[in-house]
Design a protein. Structure first.
Length: 302
């Protein structure tokens, strides 16, 4: 099997690489079908997915792939709001170019998307068939990427996830640890709700899903939901960091940062399609976070 993973230096790309090399994730073993896989890992320096020329050049220099996983994305929500044109280049046209190459080569294509394709106005977990209505440039650009990828390649899996964290790169968990340790105080929005998700758990389900022919849209998050404030408290309490914890409303946060992009108030996802196809093995978010923090402590001590 020949595989290409873009965004390989990011938190999901890193976990996919670790999973494929060890054939092991925290929630289970990776299928033996991947044991002898030949995998190319591309980061932005080697493959700029927003450039058609860069994409065509990469594929001209490499052998035909059986599977392409696009883990590259412009994920800075406020940055996307300030430069929506660039967000569309990366999050919409990047998947379009890669999916077109997958179609040309007869490969399967996995496009990682987001809970931000929903408006967040309905306080119930969203299923794959629910109405989409993004409220930010980030959400709009990622939704466009979904449409363009599926239009280019019928063998496409759209994997929507949320509140992702992993062992490399920037993420909410690491930010909370830093702020709590340095300032002994955190101020976090308490009226926006979603699913904290381990990149390691997500990589397991992506690799499992990619072995099937059950193409379509999937929600893949850890089970259960909470507010950003709840998530932050679980992080600092889990590590025993003593600090002041202050909940903020979205309005208070907006007053402090008026240029910030709008976020959905309730964007929790339900893994319904996963349950009806390959089965949902995603852990409760509290359990996944506990594992992550435990491994983080071990890595810090070693």
């Amino acid at each position: 099997m020949r595989i290409l993973i873009t965004g390989a230096s990011g938190q999901l790309g890193h976990e996919l690489k670790s999973s494929l090399e060890s054939l092991q994730c925290q929630i289970g073993k990776v299928d033996e079908a991947y044991r002898n896989a030949q995998v190319d890992y591309a980061d932005h320096a080697s493959l700029d997915i927003a450039s058609l020329r860069s994409v065509e050049s990469w594929f001209a220099k490499h052998s035909v792939y059986d599977l392409i996983i696009n883990a590259a994305s412009m994920t800075n929500v406020d940055g996307c709001e300030k430069n929506e044109a660039q967000a569309y280049k990366v999050n919409a046209h990047g998947p379009e170019y890669l999916a077109a190459m997958a179609k040309k080569q007869g490969a399967k294509f996995v496009q990682v998307s987001t809970d931000y394709v929903f408006s967040g106005t309905d306080p119930a977990p969203r299923t794959e068939s629910d109405q989409i209505c993004p409220v930010s440039a980030y959400g709009r650009s990622k939704l466009a990427g979904e449409f363009l990828a599926q239009a280019e390649c019928e063998r496409t899996f759209i994997v929507r996830t949320a509140w992702l964290y992993g062992s490399v790169g920037k993420n909410f968990v690491k930010t909370m640890i830093r702020l709590a340790s340095e300032r002994h105080e955190i101020n976090v929005v308490a009226d926006q709700f979603g699913n904290p998700t381990s990149a390691n758990d997500l990589s397991y389900e992506i690799l499992k899903l990619a072995l099937t022919d059950h193409y379509g849209i999937y929600h893949v998050t850890n089970e259960g939901w909470c507010s950003w404030f709840d998530f932050a408290c679980a992080v600092v309490d889990g590590l025993g960091i003593e600090c002041q914890k202050h909940p903020l409303s979205s309005a208070q946060y907006k007053a402090l940062f008026p240029q910030s992009a709008d976020r959905p108030h309730y964007s929790a996802l339900e893994n319904r399609h996963l349950m009806t196809t390959i089965g949902n093995q995603m852990r409760p978010w509290q359990e996944a976070l506990k594992s992550f923090l435990c491994n983080l402590q071990k890595a810090t001590k070693s």
